[in-house]
Design a protein around this ligand. Sequence first.
Ligand code: 4AD
Ligand code: MG
Length: 453
Amino acid sequence: MEQITIEMLKSKKDSYIGKTVQVTGWVKNYRESKTTSFLELNDGSTFKPLQIVIQKEDQHKISAETINAAMHLGVAVSVCGMVVSAYHNADDAEINAEKITIIGECASDYPIQKKKTSLEFLRTIPHLRMRTNTFMAMFRVRNALSMAIHHFFQDHGYFYVHTPLITGGDAEGAGESFQVVAPDFPGDFFGAPASLTVSGQLEAEEAAMALGRVYTFGPTFRAENSNTTRHAAEFWMIEAEAAFTDIHGIIDVAREMIKSIIREVLAKCPDEMAFFDHFYEKGLVEKLRNVADNAFAEVDYTEAIEILKKSGKTFKYPVEWGVDLQTEHERYLTDEYFKKPVFVVNYPRAVKAFYMKQNPDGKTVAATDLLVPGVGEIIGCSEREADYDKLITVMKDRKMNLDNYTNYLDLRRFGSVSHSGFGLGLERMLMYLTGISNIRDTQLHPRAVGELK
Ligand code: 4AD
Ligand code: MG
């Protein structure tokens, strides 16, 4: 007898109708009537489960004891039976069970029960919450999103580069890194203090000066002492870097990437996205379709400050030209004012990183953040300062230790060209795509201050 996955059965339904097959999976739901028992089985290959129909009068085939043992959430079973069209939906298939074998019993204190459990509770059992519909949908979308990102860059001539995770210092000067130490090794293992990367950008720039267009996609670590719903200590970041490209060029790339990945995820995960639309954000799919099909807003930082001042809102952090935008400001701009994704461009240089290209006004840099409704910032982006003298002046002003940046400065000495890039937070994008409002629910094992489950 052919052993098949539920995905094979559902996608090639017509070729299996009338055949006897074997499927394996976990019981996701069960119910019974007088004459019939029903199991919903999933092996992970599809989001929607497969219905198994068990006729009770056929007890010469399947014992009452076996049926009872199978009627528990979380039990792993193997089912043999004939494939038929589903009673309620002729496009779907179900199996009339002829034999059931219990593969793995599930202890009675299994915490995933029929009653809907809160996301807060599920965070206490990260090893089991994967089995809920929410997390099965999340991780299927996370997979599709990751592949969509690769597809976009591969289709646009970008090379995937792997930048180091252990770095020789706080590369961005953000001061939020984790140290890497080998406690049993005498002295510094690497001969100098080492930390986990906060961004692969500075190394991606090196690669872009040879390959032209590159992107990274990997884990990133920040010891941010902010216990928010949008910050994780370990997250995944995608960083694109393109030579011979200015700020306008890279904004085009970032926007087209967002549109393209939304389209691909909607196409690859219709059932999962319908689930998030139903349970987490009504109108989600429609919203995303609109985003994929329409223009994004673009506003100058200076104008954004005026909009915020005229909003009539009392913000916790007062608004004045020169301040960095806080989440509350970002959310007003994107949720209430523009009501769509917005690139805020030309931030004051003092609130942004040293490497950003200085604008001729002497006050701002060619940098932009992409803000989206419901989440706030999902992309940080800028043209890089390609002029050696200007860069070194800023670094000296900021009292940076130039010895740590000789490689980076060399890029401005040997064939320097205009170049730009951006970083997209994978989990922030997932929040936007799914309507899930806490970053902890986009990761298998979230890491944040005081959290290491
Ligand atoms: O804005 P950020 O700090 O930009 C950079 O790191 C640049 N080097 C990117 C570049 O130009 N190559 O971070 C980029 C994005 C943010 O917009 C956000 O989506 C995400 O990374 N991010 C975080 N996501 C989760 N938890 C955190 N603690 C995050 N910090 C940043
Ligand atoms: Mg940022």
